[in-house]
Design a protein around this ligand. Sequence first.
Ligand code: ZN
Length: 259
Amino acid sequence: MGLFDFQLDLFRIKKEVSVSTISSEFSSKSLVAFRYNPRLKKSMRCSYKGIFGRPEVTLPSYMKTDDFVFARELAAQWAFCAHKRKTAKNKAEIKNLLDRFWAAVDQVLADKGEKTLDARGRFPPIRSKGKHYDLDQVLAAVNETYFAGELDCRITWSSRWGGLSFHSIRKDPITGESVHVISISKGYDASNCPLYAIAGVVYHECLHIKIPVVIKGNRRIVHGRDFKRCERKYIYYEEWMNWHKTVLPKNLRAGRHEK
Ligand SMILES: [Zn+2]
């Protein structure tokens, strides 16, 4: 398969609309009850009712819809942990659940095209469709052409304009598993960006998954000899590098004023 033969977009198939059986009042997995407060936006509260200390979590009102069901279950788990004695292990679990909860909330907001709450260090909301390029399609083509379709990762446009392209390993907010996340600079989502350039930067970030950082003494070798050698296997390497050095900085300067 050639680089430019994009795969069929399997995700554009409309899901069947089904009648909701999800309760917004109770967790389906525990004894936690949910309440909603329109004044809350970036916070939630927990109280414990009755002699058994049944947790009741108060969430922002916008989290009442079905698409927040996974996030609500994370909030329910958090409420149980928050009620327990604060050992070091439990404190770490509380932090882990809170991070996953807010990351899951951000992803739902991003999927709906709404403004995200964006906190540093959290799992970034995945937005792969840009104005000019759909990163899922570029990734599928690069993965197929150069990695036999074996790479498993998520890809998103960077959340800020000045953002650089990078690869990181994050905890998936829903499953808690470690996943590879590639973030691509928005300077590439432009009408003056040829396909070989966007595919070049995606290929570069994919290589970071294939060739992990080498630690030598107290040095981290990110772009070692092996990396550089593989990077040059990209057929439009020179053209991409040239675009990256000459056009990308201009795009980023021009885009700084955009929202
Ligand atoms: Zn790199």
